[in-house]
Design a binder for this molecule. Structure first.
Ligand code: RM4
Ligand code: MN
Length: 388
């Protein structure tokens, strides 16, 4: 059994970043159901993220999405975050919602559109400078729908060119983190479909280019923990976008669909040093709460990651290694399952007590009256939504 002190210390230092877009209204292409009390601007989204941190104690940063979180004064937004006890995390670029990008953004056959897309990415680095963010997170919807529509290889060349320009613009401590997704919205080819493509581009760019693993961006059955182990081994795991899925990129609460998969991922993270002091792996959520209330949805998600992490930390590494060396297949598997089957909720409740937090963040938030308060206060104005 891993030392309890070490497990507790690791859990106390764990950090999970929540996304600004999780606090706005979202839905499917069929319907967005508006909820009461939803933020009307980026300042209110940041305030909601701060509530999640207040009740969990381990979510002190919020990622922004540009232009959804466009403000006149980004330094003022960062100060607002600071005043609420959180910081601005990764800056997510958005080159997928402009008519110009129908045939792609940085891989578009038209050089004018490529220029426009690259300029947006460069502008996101300006936002990072103003907010003190470390990471520029890139996800491209670029791809094609029909065989022959465009030249697959030429699109890779265009992508490489844009990434190199943006990488060269980064400040010394800033990183570029590149996210892959196997399909959607493109249905035939996607320009960054998998970890291998992202990794190949990152290798060429330099050490501060790393891969983002969004857990919902794989074909069903993909062994995500293998990808995690490999990227950690190569020192190219930049970040997670955590969520869960039953079918495609469902963006449901992490750990809801498959808590065992989340545990297996966190086991590889622990094994690969991804939780060690000084780690640069960013643990972010990328979710939408279409039918559930947002702030509690985020609190629950943070807790789900924390529970999976606690179980992964409880794996008896020595016993596991001994069983593996001895070729004891069932013994090794049992070591892992013992940790997974441990109820870590009492441990986490106790740890929260030490941090001056309520033992049950969900109940504490419900009792705080905050949900009722924002419902009463946030009337009038346009509610923020996924995509605005
Ligand atoms: C994309 C991708 C990005 C996120 C947007 C909202 O599918 O996962 O990380 O910024 O959605
Ligand atoms: Mn994502």
């Amino acid at each position: 059994m891993a030392s309890t002190t070490a497990v507790r210390a690791a859990l106390k230092s764990q950090r999970i970043e929540t996304p600004s877009w999780a606090y706005g209204n979202s839905g499917t292409r069929f319907k967005v159901f508006a909820q009461q009390g939803v933020p009307r601007d980026p300042f209110e989204k940041v305030a909601d993220a701060a509530r999640v941190h207040a009740f969990t104690g381990i979510a002190p940063s919020v990622s922004l999405h540009i232009p959804w979180d466009r403000v006149d004064d980004y330094a003022a937004l960062a100060e607002h975050a600071d005043a609420h006890g959180v910081t601005v995390g990764a800056i997510n670029s958005n080159v997928f919602q402009d008519d110009d990008y129908m045939l792609g953004s940085v891989t578009n056959p038209d050089p004018r559109i490529r220029r426009k897309a690259t300029d947006h990415l460069l502008a996101c680095v300006d936002v990072m400078d103003a907010t003190g963010s470390r990471d520029l997170k890139l996800w491209f919807s670029d791809g094609t729908n029909y065989p022959g529509q465009d030249d697959i290889r030429a699109r890779q060349d265009r992508l490489a060119e844009a990434l190199a320009q943006v990488y060269a613009r980064l400040g010394g401590d800033q990183r570029m983190i590149l996210e892959y997704k196997f399909f959607e919205p493109a249905f035939y080819t996607t320009d960054v479909p998998d970890w291998g493509t992202a990794y190949a581009h990152c290798l060429k760019l330099g050490e501060r280019a790393k891969v983002v693993v969004d857990t919902g961006h794989h074909a069903p059955g993909t062994n995500i923990e293998f990808i995690v182990a490999l990227l950690l081994r190569e020192d190219r795991l930049g970040a997670f976008d955590f969520n869960s899925r039953f079918y495609a990129d469902d963006d449901l609460m992490v750990g809801a669909a498959d808590p065992f998969q989340l545990f297996r991922i966190m086991h590889e993270v622990v094994r690969g040093g991804g939780l060690d002091a000084g780690t640069e792996v960013a643990f972010m959520l990328d979710q939408c709460h279409n039918i559930e209330p947002r702030i509690p949805g985020q609190i629950r998600s943070v807790m789900n990651v924390q529970e999976a992490t606690a179980k992964a930390l409880l794996v008896d590494a020595e016993a596991l290694e001994a069983a593996q060396r001895a070729g004891d297949v069932l013994g090794a598997n049992a070591v892992l399952m013992d940790a997974y089957n441990t109820d870590v909720r009492p441990l986490l409740a106790d740890l929260r007590g030490e941090l001056g937090l309520a033992p049950d963040p969900m109940a504490a938030y419900a009792a705080s009256g905050h949900a009722e308060r924002i419902r009463a206060e946030r009337v009038g104005g346009a509610q923020a939504g996924w995509g605005a």
